[in-house]
Design a protein around this ligand. Structure first.
Ligand code: F3S
Length: 63
């Protein structure tokens, strides 16, 4: 599973990390860091939940 954070769209709401704490990490400014392409299956639900929680729709999740 691949998860990508569009850094141009992220404004630091932090909802991704609140809803997917094992997938999403915020940098020192509070912006989400792109977790990459190797999200294990057991974290898929967190990845989706965190993406859905972003008010800016800055996160895309794909297989
Ligand atoms: Fe950014 Fe959305 Fe997360 S704005 S910090 S990707 S909830």
């Amino acid at each position: 599973m691949k998860v990508h954070v569009d850094s141009d769209s992220c404004v630091g709401h932090g909802q991704c990390a609140a809803n997917g704490p094992d997938v999403y990490i915020l940098d020192e400014m509070g912006y989400a860091v792109s977790p990459g392409e190797d999200i294990p299956d057991e974290l898929a639900e967190q990845a989706r939940r965190g993406a859905a929680a972003c008010p800016e729709r800055a996160i895309s999740v794909s297989l």
